[in-house]
Design a protein around this ligand. Sequence first.
Ligand SMILES: [Zn+2]
Length: 149
Amino acid sequence: MGYNSSSSLNEAVRFHGHLGPYLILGILAGNTAVRKLKSGKYFNLYVKVWGAYKKPKSCLIDGLQLSTGATYGKGNIEKLKGRSIWIEVTNLSNSGRIRLSLKESLVAELKAANTHRAAEVLAKKLYKIKNCAKIFKLSPVTKINNNNP
Ligand SMILES: [Zn+2]
């Protein structure tokens, strides 16, 4: 199931080139979205990410591609400018949609992890988190067609 075993973590690090907290956050956010939307990986979903334009924040995007299977090659992931990190995933078969952002406590931890070593320690800690509600703010899954009753 996705990227929640250490062998897959190694795979992610091999692909991305280093272990960092934003890579892990992308993996966790994508896993959470795919699970909640029941969209499956790769084709039946569309991912938008705001506020991850520059490194290290943009490392998030590689994690998202690994966990959702939405890729730049297939054109079903898109990065947009924004002041804070915000991820939106849409299930293309039923228009179910979920939005994730980072909790303030996590943003503070990310800011504090400003050395290579601290970033790696934080990445490993984040990877062990089972309940993603501890780090992400999730909006309920909505159907686009039901937004305006
Ligand atoms: Zn990175």
